[in-house]
Design a protein around this ligand. Structure first.
Ligand code: NAI
Length: 330
C-alpha cells in the first residue's frame, strides 16, 4: 500500500479517487491546500504526492519535496507546464501525468463557450431572471459559413475542429502534425499568421511552451480580423491578457471566452465571493459584457474525473513497483 498525499483536493476528486482506489488500496490523504512553498511541509514523509494544474512545482518546492522523501509526482492532469522538470530530474524524481482523460470534455466545453458567447446566453440568462426581456445587445451571428482557426489539433483540438466542421464552419487548422481525419473532412492546415488573419473565431488548443507563451499578443491581435472571437481553453499564458484587454477596449477583439487565465493559480478553484479580488487585470476582464470566463472547468465531467483517477492510480502502482509506465513525463 502506497501513501499518496493529494494537494488541492476537492470533493469531486475524492469521489473519483475513492471509487478507483477500490482496485488498488492506496492510502490517499486528501489535502485541501494548494501545493506551494508554504504548504510543501504537508508532503513530508510521503513517497508519492498527487498534484493538479495550479499546484506550484517550481524548483524550491521540488527541492523541499525531495528533502521530505518524495520520489514520485503524480499529476492528475495532462499539462505539466507547472513542473520544473530539470529540478525533478536532478532529484531522480519520477513525474507521471494523465495525457488523455476526456478530450471530449474539453472540446465540448470549448464549443459550449463559443455558442454561449456568440448568442449572449450568459447575458440572456441574467436578464430573463430579472424580468428583463429586451433583446438589445444580444445579437449573435450564424456559425455556419464562418471561418474558425483551431490552433493545435491534438486530442482536444481535433475534436473541436470536427465539431465546428459539423456546424458547417470552414476550419483552418494550425499544427506541425496534420490530422488525417481532419484533412479528409476538408480542413485546411495553414500557418498561424494565416489562421489569425483569416478567421472569425480563433480557438487555442495547444500546450503552453516557451514557443507558445503569449502567442496572442498586441502584434498578433493587430493581424486578426476586427471583431474576432478569441477562445482560450488551453493555458492562460498563451495570451497576453493586457494586450487582449486593449483589443477588447478598441473593439478589435469582438468577444473573448476564457477557461484559463495566466494568473489563475491565486484565483481559481476556490470560493472567493466574500473577498475583494486584488487582481486588477482579471477584475477589468469581468467588466466587459462580451467576455465569458469559466474557472478552468473544461475538464470537469464525470467521465473525465473517473478517467483521471483511474489513470493516476495505475501510474502510481506502476512506477512504485518498478513496472514500465507510458505516462512518465520524459
Ligand atoms: P495534445 O498533446 O494531444 O495536442 C496538442 C497539440 O498542439 C499537438 O498536436 C501539438 O503538435 C500542437 N502544438 C504544439 N505547439 C503548437 C504550436 N506552437 N502551434 C500549433 N500547435 C501546436 O494535447 P491535448 O490533450 O489536445 O491538450 C491541449 C492542451 O489543452 C493541453 O496542453 C492543456 O494545456 C489544455 N487542457 C486544458 C484543459 C482545461 O480544463 N481547460 C484540460 C486539459 C488540457
Amino acid at each position: 500500500m502506497t501513501e499518496i498525499r493529494m494537494f488541492s483536493a476537492k470533493s469531486y476528486d475524492r469521489v473519483g479517487f475513492d471509487a478507483a482506489n477500490a482496485d488498488h488500496g492506496h492510502d490517499i490523504v486528501y489535502l485541501e491546500p494548494r501545493l506551494d512553498c508554504q504548504t510543501v511541509g504537508l508532503a513530508a514523509g510521503a513517497e508519492v504526492i498527487c498534484a493538479f494544474v495550479n499546484d506550484d512545482l517550481s524548483e524550491p518546492v521540488i527541492d523541499a519535496l525531495a528533502a521530505g522523501g518524495t520520489s514520485v509526482i503524480a499529476l492528475r492532469c495532462a499539462g505539466f507546464n507547472n513542473v520544473d522538470l530539470d529540478a525533478a530530474r536532478r532529484h531522480g524524481m519520477t513525474v507521471v501525468r494523465v495525457p488523455a482523460y476526456s478530450p471530449n470534455a474539453v472540446a465540448e466545453h470549448t464549443l459550449a463557450m463559443i455558442l454561449a458567447l456568440n448568442r449572449r446566453i450568459h447575458r440572456a440568462y441574467n436578464r430573463v431572471r430579472d424580468g428583463n426581456f429586451s433583446l438589445d445587445g444580444l445579437v449573435g451571428f450564424d456559425l455556419a459559413g464562418k471561418t474558425v482557426g483551431v490552433v493545435g489539433t491534438g486530442k482536444i483540438g481535433a475534436i473541436v475542429a470536427r465539431l465546428l466542421w459539423h456546424l458547417r464552419c470552414r476550419v483552418l487548422a494550425v499544427d506541425m502534425f496534420e490530422d488525417e481525419h481532419l484533412l479528409g473532412l476538408g480542413v485546411d492546415y495553414v500557418d498561424l499568421a494565416t489562421a489569425l488573419s483569416d478567421s472569425d473565431i480563433v480557438t487555442l488548443n495547444c500546450p503552453l511552451t516557451d514557443d507558445t507563451h503569449h502567442m496572442i499578443d498586441a502584434d498578433s491581435i493587430a493581424t486578426m480580423r476586427r471583431g474576432v472571437m478569441l477562445v482560450n481553453t488551453g493555458r492562460g499564458a498563451l495570451v497576453d491578457t493586457a494586450a487582449v484587454i486593449d483589443g477588447l477596449k478598441s473593439g478589435h477583439i469582438g468577444s473573448l471566452a476564457l477557461d484559463v487565465y495566466e494568473e489563475e493559480s491565486s484565483l481559481f478553484f476556490a470560493d472567493r465571493s466574500e473577498e475583494i479580488i486584488d487582481d486588477d487585470v482579471f477584475a477589468r476582464l469581468l467588466t466587459f459584457p462580451n467576455v465569458l470566463i469559466t474557472a478552468h472547468q473544461a475538464f470537469l465531467t464525470d467521465e473525465a474525473l473517473s478517467a483521471i483517477a483511474t489513470t493516476t492510480l495505475a501510474n502510481v502502482a506502476a512506477v512504485t513497483s518498478g513496472e514500465p509506465c507510458d505516462n512518465v513525463v520524459a
